[in-house]
Design a protein around this ligand. Sequence first.
Ligand code: PAF
Length: 277
Amino acid sequence: MQTLHTIAELRSALAAAGPCAFVPTMGNLHEGHLALIRQAGAHKLPVVASIFVNRLQFAPHEDFDRYPRTLAQDCDKLQAAGCDLVFAPDEAEMYPQPQGYKVHPEPALADILEGHFRPGFFVGVATIVMKLFGCVQPRVAIFGKKDYQQLLVLRRLVSQFNLPITVEGGETTRADDGLALSSRNGYLDAAQRSEAVALSRALRALADGARDGAQPLDVLEAQALVELTGRGWAPDYLTVRCRDTLLAPTDAQRGGPLVALGAARIGGTRLIDNLEF
Ligand code: PAF
């Protein structure tokens, strides 16, 4: 496995290797990322991963500075998972000048849910992913479904800019108790870690209630918020949406396909999760 730090090195390696399957990451890799690498490997193309903690998608009060940088360990894990090439640029390589041109995803999809609570987040994500696509020019790009809204935003980016890339979602990898794996789980202390599974359980209860159909969705959502708040969480949202638009389902759409999505803070750590049903 090669680890390259400049766009020039990357381009010359890719010119020799040919079209690739690409997994963009911010590093601090866990089993969920490695599952995406193995999914990329199934395409029988060279597998490229990027590791870049993208300042542009963090608000000033967020965890950019303390986000774990673990390049050596990440490279060991990527190699074991079958990755062929790691692109790990520094900030000067990706942002040699202040980024004056940015990708603004459509507000109806990107200014709700995560975009509402993290203004500018999807502009930062879409801009770096567009830049990474320009560097890597993959045939296939794989993003985890744990960041469900991100996956939809990036699918639409590829479709609206006619990029010759197939976007695939990777299933969420979970710990034995059901907690979705996330780099931010490492911020949790032992008590928070054992409580953390309550988020996925709340989404399961919300999905079950929605499927049951006995109560309106807004009542179920309000109950879920009250319950999680009562356990000491600070939820941003717990909601049921249509899977492909993230709009609230009409009565006729309550049969699905739907997704329950949630974001909530436990202590200082903000976790997100979702459940398709
Ligand atoms: O999901 C992530 O890790 C990031 O948002 C991504 C897609 C690598 C862009 O920085």
